[in-house]
Write a protein that binds this ligand. Structure first.
Ligand code: ADP
Ligand code: ADP
Length: 228
């Protein structure tokens, strides 16, 4: 099991105000699955993504990543688990604007302390895999939205993480670029990568093999809004 969340609660506490953002969330994901997490604004999607991505800790519950309990690890250990297990893709790409496509893709390898020559070789291969071999030396401003997102996907995958964790990956793209990104996810999933995609768009969620719905901080198998 690549991801195992059991009875997760998350409270945001500001002074005396407690906002329960997740309540009794249990989610198990096997290696090689393609899961969409759908829910309306404010339902807890980002909170769940931050916990899955080891960017935030739950208030209660247990969380295993690739068979390892990650709660209670220190910051360095968590950073290692994150680097080895998870590639992130965001709605707004989050590329460094003054670095080329190749340099952006090299970043996770810099953190992983891979030497410069190997870094550039692996980043170049990752860019080839997303169809951007000709654009390695372009800056983000010289790329279309779809191309920027493909650079971000190359960066997410360059370290061969188990999980691709994508937060509204097509939210800022036109329909043609969205299709390209979703086709790329499909290809990566067929190669064995576990894909977890957060979206509020049912048409996007259809590309996943399984959809879980989050509503008011709770997970369910069906979309409560769309039930008859
Ligand atoms: P979504 O991503 O689905 O829009 P979020 O996970 O951002 O939902 O938010 C879930 C709930 O938690 C919302 O009620 C939101 O207002 C609240 N929330 C999110 N972040 C914080 C925070 N840092 N402090 C307090 N409340 C928060
Ligand atoms: P894609 O479908 O691959 O995302 P587009 O059809 O949007 O690409 O763009 C066609 C070409 O125009 C791209 O190869 C890209 O080099 C260029 N281009 C698109 N948008 C921009 C932009 N905002 N700035 C510079 N070049 C762009």
């Amino acid at each position: 099991m690549v991801l195992k969340l059991d009875h997760i609660d998350k409270d945001y506490v500001t002074g005396k105000i407690v906002v329960p953002a997740l309540r009794d969330v249990t989610l198990h994901v096997e290696q090689g699955e393609y899961v969409a997490i759908m829910g309306p604004s404010g339902s807890g999607k980002s909170t769940l993504m931050n916990i899955i991505g080891c960017l935030d800790e739950p208030t209660r519950g247990s969380f295993e990543l690739n068979g390892k309990n990650v709660l209670g690890l220190n910051d360095n250990e968590i950073a290692d688990e994150r680097l080895n297990n998870i590639g992130f893709v965001f709605q707004t790409f989050q590329l460094l604007p003054k670095q080329t496509a190749l340099e952006n893709v090299c970043l996770p390898l810099v953190y992983a302390k891979v030497g410069k020559k190997e870094r550039r070789e692996r980043a170049a291969r990752a860019l080839e895999r997303v169809g951007l071999a000709e654009r390695m030396d372009f800056l983000p401003t010289q790329l279309s939205g779809g191309q920027k997102q493909r650079v971000a996907i190359a960066r997410a995958m360059v370290n061969n993480p188990k999980i691709l964790l994508a937060d509204e990956p097509t939210g800022a793209l036109d329909s043609k670029s969205s299709v390209q990104v979703l086709e790329l996810f499909q290809k990566l999933n067929e190669e064995g990568v576990t894909v977890i995609m957060i979206t509020h768009d049912a048409k996007v969620a259809k590309h996943a093999k399984r959809t879980v719905y989050i509503f008011d901080g709770q997970l369910g198998d069906r979309d409560l809004n769309q039930d008859e």
